[in-house]
Design a protein around this ligand. Structure first.
Ligand code: P6P
Length: 342
């Protein structure tokens, strides 16, 4: 797959650079571009604006709390989860740019109804990551990744979904926090756009995000300490102990991968969700959480491993498979991996 060339600096315009403008400038620089990618991204953007609007009013519009159902992960489905999932599916399926979708909230592949065109892309997403934070008004997010389809024209299939992160065409997240941002990459660089609800547009606010070589924050759920391997326990004990090279790291943990990794991208450091010592499995899902975030972290100059190998090189076997996650500044990830048992 040919990686798109860097589009270089987008010409400044008096109103700032909207995400729409950024995508169109990118499309104009790619002779083979058909507009499909831009069209799909515009649908993702619309879904993000609708979800952001509802998230900001969740407490007022009676859609907080649980639906009483559980999803494929066995997790309580929050009303906003369902709303976010439905919003993305309904906008994208009618858009004609994808042939199949995968969602954290849906057990099976989401095929495109026959009344709509079957597109050349594959979209996978976690519609509302960290939804447990909704009721306490902490940051949550949407994570997405786009691949090209592998199967011949027509209805897409599981084969189109089970692709390595290394072959992602574009990945990004929307973080619903003190401000709403969309951060995305096509592999060459990572750009962040802040949403202005008064205008209804995302404006380029964080061009070419580069993660620091080393940070000073580690992010892990310390409550799971006794479920970790000895190697992970030793790494955490080491990182919170000062040595001749550095002070003790600070601990930050928001409990939403998007928020913890957004901070890590901007400030540096490391985010870890290690394997459980008994099951040796991770919690985070590969296709629509770890892979897209690993794609962004690597594009920003960071590292992303499952504890043994780069996450982007994992060949997915199941739609909802999980993986351990060690992501962040390259020096911090290398330090953490030194403690992992071979
Ligand atoms: P724990 C949210 O439920 C999530 O999938 C990620 O966004 C987050 O990083 C992780 O799980 C939090 O898990 O076990 O620490 O609550």
């Amino acid at each position: 797959m040919t990686r798109p060339v860097s589009i270089g600096p987008v010409p400044e315009s008096p109103i700032g650079t909207t995400l729409e403008r950024h995508l169109l400038d990118r499309q104009r620089r790619m002779p083979e571009a058909t507009g499909d990618f831009t069209g799909l991204f515009q649908q993702i953007m619309l879904a993000a604006k609708i979800i952001a609007s509802r998230v900001s009013k969740a407490g007022l519009s009676g859609i907080l709390g649980r639906t009483g159902t559980t999803n494929i992960q066995g997790e309580q489905v929050m009303k906003l989860d369902e709303f976010a999932n439905r919003t993305i599916v309904q906008i994208v399926e009618a858009g004609g740019h994808v042939c199949v979708m995968g969602s954290e909230e849906v057990e099976d592949p989401i095929t495109i109804p026959p009344e709509y065109p079957q597109g050349k892309y594959v979209l996978q997403f976690d519609p509302l990551d960290g939804s447990g934070n909704i009721d306490i008004n902490a940051s949550i997010g949407t994570i997405f990744s786009i691949h090209r389809r592998l199967t011949p024209p027509g209805r897409g299939s599981m084969e189109d979904l089970l692709q390595k992160g290394r072959d992602i065409v574009a990945a990004g997240y929307v973080i619903y926090g003190s401000s709403n941002m969309l951060v995305y990459s096509t592999g060459d660089q990572v750009d962040g756009f802040t949403y202005d609800p008064g205008v209804g547009e995302f404006f380029l606010s964080h061009p070419n995000i580069r993660i620091p070589e080393r940070g000073s924050i580690y992010s892990i759920n310390e409550g799971n300490y006794h479920n970790w391997s000895e190697g992970t326990q030793k790494w955490v004990d080491w990182i919170k102990t000062p040595n001749e090279e550095r002070k003790a790291y600070s601990h930050r943990y928001i409990g939403a991968m998007v928020a913890d990794l957004h901070r890590t991208l901007l400030r540096g450091g490391i985010f870890v969700y290690p394997p459980d010592v008994k099951t040796r499995k991770g919690k985070l899902r590969l296709l629509y959480e770890a892979s897209p975030m690993a794609f962004l972290v690597e594009a920003a100059g960071g590292a992303a491993s499952d504890g043994k190998a780069p996450i982007l090189d994992i060949q997915p076997r199941e739609l909802h498979q999980r993986t351990p996650v060690f992501m962040g500044s390259p020096v911090d990830v290398a330090d953490a991996l030194r403690f992992q048992e071979s």
